[in-house]
Design a protein. Sequence first.
Length: 316
Amino acid sequence: GKDGKVSEIEGLPTTLWARGQGLFRVRPDRAFATNRTIYLTYTVLPDGANASALPRLPAVLVVARAKLWSDDKRIEDLKVLLNAEGTGGRLAQAPDGTLLITSSIPAGLGINSVDWPQPQAFDSNMGKVLRINPDGTIPKDNPFVGRASAHHEIYALGFRDIQGVTINPRTGKLWTSEHGPRGGDEINAVEKGKNYGFPVIGYGREYTGKPINGDKTRQDGMEQPVYFWTPDIAPSGIGFYNGKLFPAWQGDLFVAELVGRSLVRLTLNGERVVGEERLLTELNTRIRGVNEGPDGGLYVLTDGNSGKILRLVPKP
């Protein structure tokens, strides 16, 4: 609420499946102050699915919009905009108002990349960045609108497990953080119609240690990441800093680390990383998210049931 207290929200979709997945993202519309519109991404079980037998189920990822009442305690007029098919469900709103949604394949121990070719398939939304209008219609300038065999909501393809999304305030471009399998965690600057390679190319291996596609890291027609880490750091939320409290950090990209247990600051020259610094290592805790606040401070979310929101400001 506006008083800073937590309140329970009524009206969430009754079909939401919370076990292991659930509600991924709630994002206010850019004009929320006047239209009270929010966007949600969440999972529902496929018809007839046996949840107990499928702990790594690729549940149905749903994108929806709704209205939040003025008392901040109830949502109404829920409308499903898109079946995004996979999991993950990160969402960002581009400067032109369109919605950019990520849909990942199931990933983790016991899951082999070779069994999940969907990131390269145009008839699947999994392993993609998707783009729709706020009313659920397809933008006419989406890259594959003219291809009969393709899902027209596809904006970019070839992703494994996107964890963080942010819009670069200087360019308006979507940037993502992505978990590789064993190694090959990536930062990508996503462009319309481009193919980011998974599982054809990458810098990681299966969890068993076996190579993926012969350890191939490059192929014509497929993009290279802006940056990658091997061994894993498990990047989570990401955010650009453009505030006034830390002038030296303006234009830098911050990356929350789960396995690495730190906050990474990447110094950029355009879309090239020229420096890496690890912050908050003394906390020795998994970090889930990072964002610049309206006050110019840097807000950091730590992970777990005892997670905290930390505010970073310059020393007085």
